[in-house]
Design a protein around this ligand. Structure first.
Ligand code: HEM
Length: 146
């Protein structure tokens, strides 16, 4: 019995490579609960990534709970991991995964605080020819009929 313990836990002893211990722990967590050990819910985008030009076709590829981009006023946001934090709930946002959510966002009467919250998810903007709002002569939401 003592022999089995020595053989099965060699990398857990003090002084061994800590990364082995960490990966073992993460693997064990994944077995117990696959979501708990997944990637962190939200990670800030590097500053320069915000200047990226992202097409609607690329946005459309990110249309799941685990990988979700939306377009709001011609800007592209990666809201993966924000679902459970959203005061309006996850389902409502998931409906717009990979799509333009400008009208829904506007229609829900979001506050300035919400607009500020958006900023942390910004990853880029649409090319000029795909924009609806932020271009010369672009649409104004107040012009949209009821
Ligand atoms: C994508 C980025 C979004 C962010 C950062 C965001 C953020 C927020 C925040 C901070 C609130 C709290 C109230 C406020 O301060 O306005 C809120 C509420 C709400 N959001 Fe969003 N939201 C987003 C997208 C959406 C979308 C696409 C919808 C779709 C309709 C939506 C629907 C709602 C609703 C219905 C509420 C009101 C919840 C309540 O008062 O019970 N949100 N959101």
């Amino acid at each position: 019995m003592a022999q089995v313990q020595e053989m099965s836990l060699p990398s857990l002893s003090v002084g061994q490579d800590k990364s082995d211990y960490l990966s073992l722990t993460m693997a064990a967590l994944r077995l117990v609960n696959p979501w708990a050990a997944a990637e962190p819910a939200w990670r800030p985008e590097p500053e320069d990534a915000r200047d990226r030009v992202i097409t609607l076709a690329e946005v459309a590829c990110h249309d799941t709970y685990y990988d979700c981009w939306v377009v709001i006023y011609d800007r592209v946001y990666n809201i993966t991991g924000f679902f459970n934090e959203h005061p309006g709930g996850a389902d409502i946002m998931l409906e717009y995964a990979g799509r333009d959510a400008s009208v829904a966002y506007r229609g829900s009467g979001h506050s300035r605080m919400a607009a500020k919250a958006l900023d942390r998810f910004l990853i880029g903007e649409l090319p000029m020819h795909e924009r609806m709002y932020r271009r010369p002569g672009g649409m104004r939401l107040s012009d949209i009929p009821d």
